[in-house]
Design a protein around this ligand. Structure first.
Ligand SMILES: [Zn+2]
Length: 449
């Protein structure tokens, strides 16, 4: 490292404690280059330009699966006057929201979701974006609105542009689903190609999604997946969230959705199956052997009553589990992390499911929320390490919930004992922003001065 341009670090960060991959360490400095990437990590002996006193530094969290606009359903779908609700009654409420979604409202909701994500320590989001049109005329206007909202919130975005062409197995689209219609793979790729010039070069990339085996015929899924592999893009799809999807698929194709995909696609580490709540163990094994990722969305799956995926089997097989905030009814990655573990504890009546080789859970859950997420989204992030993007979360060590934590208990305290209130600021590609709870606290202390 030299003092001369180019290559001089733009910033030398030093927190009281820094997560170095397996533990928190004191005295560690992080040098960030002018290109917003980390250049060096360690005891560098430099003068810090950003001294984070009473703070701990973590890699930014990665939210692999979000539908940002669904934050508009928060607080709306929680009453069940005609008896029990289900995923499918929730979906009707979601379609009602879509019907009333003007571009301004879509922008306001997605912006709010992305800002909340940063407040929750999320520095990268994979937005599984299927509401493309402001009207039923296939205008693709909302694609641009989404990119703008992410740029304003300052969150790193992997736009998982989503193909949607059927209203169910062998069924045409109906009603609000017209707002999702990308018609054919060729029209879909034209819409993707139009978007490239609108991407922020340092913080926005593209991936591809097929909504599900119900919304996209298998021939189109194969075509999309082949082209996304040729372009080296990640590929995501909802898989087996609901038993009805499995039953309908068996009736139509003679196979379950995951088996259908395992048979038809050349799956590799760029493939992510979302949910896999009801996936058969053989089908899961084939997915994992080929390097496929599994994205679990614990809070949404609980809210919708989906069921509980076989996380112990995936973890035992060395599979790559990542996390999504999905419907965004609550945006809190510490809760997603601990509920990945807690759901299994409740089911198995045991403790210690997503363990690492030392028997700890927290470091393993953090990997799920960082490294594994970055892998599923094809983003060079997820760790405080040289060459990766300068994406960080800073924790307030004076926060009541963390007071008394030592370096070796801090991560456990944070994951099992807090929501978003200890997150004091986040950094995306060198752009630091205080979280809203920190801004409120600062304003209060100014008022009382
Ligand atoms: Zn989803």
């Amino acid at each position: 490292m030299s003092d001369t341009q180019p290559g001089a670090p733009a910033e030398i960060i030093e927190a009281d404690l820094t997560w170095t991959g397996e533990r928190f360490e004191a005295g560690v400095q992080v040098a960030v280059g002018a290109g917003a990437r980390i250049e060096a990590v360690g005891r560098l002996g430099l003068n810090p330009t950003r001294r984070l006193r009473d703070q701990a530094l973590l890699p930014g969290l990665v939210d692999v699966h979000s539908h940002a606009f669904q934050i508009g359903l928060r607080g709306r779908g929680e009453r069940f006057p005609s008896g029990r609700g289900s995923f499918w009654t929730w979906r009707e409420a979601m379609y009602e929201l879509v019907d009333a979604l003007e571009p301004e409202r879509f922008r306001a909701l997605t912006l709010e979701a992305f800002i909340e994500m940063r407040d929750a320590g999320i520095t990268t989001v994979g937005e599984f974006h299927y509401v493309h049109h402001a009207t039923t005329e296939r205008d693709y206007d909302l694609d641009i609105v989404l990119l703008d909202a992410a740029a304003e919130a300052g969150i790193r975005l992997v736009l998982l542009n989503t193909h949607y062409e059927a209203g169910g197995f062998g069924k045409p689209l109906h009603g609000s689903q017209q707002r999702f219609d990308t018609r054919s793979p060729s029209e879909f790729w034209m819409s993707v190609d139009r978007l490239y010039s609108g991407l922020e070069p340092d913080t926005q990339t593209m991936g591809v999604a097929a909504h599900s085996v119900r919304a996209v015929p298998i021939e189109a899924i194969v075509e999309l997946h082949q082209e996304s592999s040729r372009r080296d893009l990640v590929f995501h799809i909802h898989v087996e969230e609901q038993p009805q999807e499995v039953e309908d698929c068996v009736r139509f194709h003679g196979r379950r959705p995951m088996a259908l995909l395992d048979d038809a696609l050349a799956i590799d580490d760029r493939f992510t199956a979302i949910h896999c709540t009801h996936t058969a163990s053989d089908d899961m094994q084939r997915l994992l052997e080929r390097g496929g990722n599994v994205c679990i969305c614990p809070l949404t799956e609980a809210n919708l009553g989906d069921g509980i995926a076989d996380v112990p089997a995936i973890h035992r097989a060395g599979g790559h589990i990542c996390l999504g905030t999905d419907s965004n009814a609550r945006i809190a990655m510490t809760e997603e992390m601990r509920w990945l573990e807690y759901g299994q504890r409740l089911k198995a009546q045991q403790r210690g499911i997503v363990t690492d080789q030392d028997g700890g859970v927290a470091a393993s859950l953090l990997d799920v929320a960082t490294l594994n997420g970055a892998r599923a989204l094809g983003v060079e992030a997820g760790l405080i390490g040289p060459g990766l993007w300068a994406d960080f979360v800073a924790l307030d060590l004076t926060a009541p919930a963390l007071r008394g934590s030592e370096a070796d208990t801090l991560l456990d305290s944070w994951i099992f004992g807090t929501g978003n209130e200890t997150i004091i600021s986040t950094c995306v590609g060198g752009d630091w922003r205080p979280s809203r709870s920190a801004r409120v606290a600062n304003a209060r202390s100014r008022d009382s001065d």
